[in-house]
Design a protein around this ligand. Structure first.
Ligand SMILES: Cc1ncc(COP(=O)(O)O)c(C=O)c1O
Length: 500
């Protein structure tokens, strides 16, 4: 079974469809686990360059309606399956980027289609409620069955939201409200506070801050944007807060080889965090919370050690700041553990953990003591979407039934080993291969070459994403197997061979 699958993958997709030259170097899969994802295609199939003529036509049409300069190509989601994204020109590509890391178990997964086809679920898709005031009968039960069944250690409360930014934005508000109530104790808000909050002034709008890290990305809404420091394009021309920004460790890879140097760099950054907390308190801009990604994603797939995060958590506790882990991109299994921060072994759990993307619904978990003191303090019309909980329930079942976290560990190893090998063979082009699970990245010599490699890969049938200044990030679905990793590595290896 495994070998026939492999030969189909490699022979059909690489030789017939892609018409590649004689292989110089081949990865060979020894194992392929049987799973429902075998409903997917055999391999990439390219008919045009991407974007093809139909995509170009649609890009023009959309451009007349809205700013559409970021569109890569138009997709045919009906034809997309498993790890393969099909475009409107009939090109079928292995998707290692998955809608900016947001497809948990591949396209058109049968388990998700079943949820949609179940007549009992129909009303949840048809009638989107204002969840904060009129939730459906099964809402508590569904939250227990889905989000709370995978709650991070120590967190038993969850608030759903629509997207990643909206989750972080409301998580920050939760932190500020918690902090102010902590300071007030049992005293009620004063008349002055009540009056000043309406005109954006202290003390009603206290000058609190959230400490974030250079290179971090937490979204594009105004509060989130004040903690986002990955690219100018997100920030230019938008007013922001004077909130502290600490350096994120700039580590050398592979991490195991630079333990001492990296530990020094992390110590420097942690010292800076403490200095900033003290400095901002003196400035009257008390740090109420610290927000951090377990792996800085948009900012360039920057890693830090588990020890760094444990120490950061300690600093947050010592200074009375909330410790907010933003798992919007890292959550739901891509690193080989359900939550990336599960790798850290925190003794004192995070205070807030936000999520979205692969979780299909946005939201955040929080500690009991952070429960808002009044209704409507954290509120919006939809506050999530219960139909997403139905889909999430199916996703969690598939993850469990097909042991996808183990699969991620296996395919992630194949991917990272392959990247190490490629960087050893093309040291003038590639460096700093790194990753956890399939959440991997590699640096390219410069931004232009990175962008050109991404386009070349796309034209050979692989969708990749960039991040930071010159990195390629890998964000496959959890159904990405070893043989998909090998398929990618073979295609990428052939592209790199042009640069020998
Ligand atoms: C770590 C992180 N936080 C927050 C966000 C914002 O999520 P959204 O784009 O859904 O608003 C992203 C999106 O890429 C992210 O990667």
């Amino acid at each position: 079974m495994a070998s026939s699958l492999l030969s189909r993958q490699v022979a059909v997709s690489l030789q017939h469809n892609l018409r590649l030259s004689v292989p110089r170097y081949r990865c060979v899969s020894k194992a392929a686990t049987k799973s429902s994802v075998e409903f997917e295609y055999d391999g990439p199939l390219m008919k045009t360059t991407v974007p093809g003529p139909r995509s170009k036509d649609l890009m023009k049409q959309l451009g007349e309606i809205q700013e559409a300069g970021a569109v890569n190509f138009f997709c045919n989601y009906e034809e997309s399956r498993g790890n393969y994204l099909v475009d409107v020109d009939g090109n079928r590509m292995l998707d290692v980027y998955t809608q900016i890391s947001s497809i948990p178990i591949g396209y058109s997964h049968p388990a998700l289609i079943k949820v949609m086809q179940n007549p009992d679920n129909l009303s949840a898709f048809v009638n989107r409620p204002a969840l904060g005031i009129l939730p459906p009968e099964n809402f508590p039960e569904k939250l227990l069955e889905t989000l709370l069944s995978v709650a991070p250690k120590g967190l038993r409360k969850v608030q759903t939201m629509a997207c990643g930014s909206c989750s972080n934005e409301n998580a920050y508000k939760t932190v500020f409200i918690w902090y102010r109530n902590k300071e007030r104790g049992d005293i009620k808000p004063t008349k002055e506070e009540i009056e000043t909050c309406m005109v954006n002034q202290a003390p009603g709008c206290p000058d609190y801050s959230i400490l974030s890290f250079m290179g971090g990305f937490h979204g594009r809404t105004l509060g989130c944007l004040a903690t986002t420091h990955s690219k100018v394009v997100h920030k230019l021309d938008v007013p922001s807060f004077d909130w502290p920004i600490a350096p994120f460790p700039r580590l050398r890879y592979p991490l195991e080889e630079f333990v001492r140097e990296n530990a020094q760099e992390e110590a420097r950054c942690l010292e800076e965090v403490e200095d900033l907390i003290v400095k901002y308190r003196k400035k009257g801009k008390t740090v109420a919370g610290i927000v951090i990604e377990p792996i800085q994603s948009e900012g360039g797939d920057n890693h830090a050690s588990d020890d760094f995060f444990r120490k950061l958590r300690e600093i947050a506790r010592k200074h009375g700041c909330a410790f907010h882990v933003d798992e919007v991109q890292t959550g739901c299994g891509g690193t080989g553990k359900f939550w990336a921060h599960d790798h850290w072994g925190l003794e004192d759990p995070a205070d807030i953990v936000s999520f979205s993307k692969k979780m299909l619904t946005g939201g955040y978990y929080y500690k009991e003591e952070m429960t808002p003191d009044m209704p409507y303090r954290i509120f919006n019309t939809w506050m999530g979407d219960p139909s997403k909980n139905l889909l999430l329930s199916a996703v969690l079942n598939v993850i469990k039934a097909e042991r996808l976290l183990q699969e991620v560990a296996r395919s992630g190893k194949a991917l990272l080993d392959g990247l190490y090998d490629l960087q050893a063979r093309y040291p003038h082009i590639l460096s700093a291969a790194r990753g956890r699970g399939t959440f991997c990245a590699i640096d390219v010599r410069d931004e232009d070459l990175r962008n050109s490699l991404i386009i070349k890969a796309r034209n050979k049938g692989v969708v990749l994403g960039g991040c930071g200044e010159r990195s390629i990030r890998f964000r496959p679905a959890l159904v990405f197997k070893e043989y998909h990793a090998h398929l990618f590595l073979n295609i990428f290896g052939d592209i790199l061979a042009e640069y020998k």
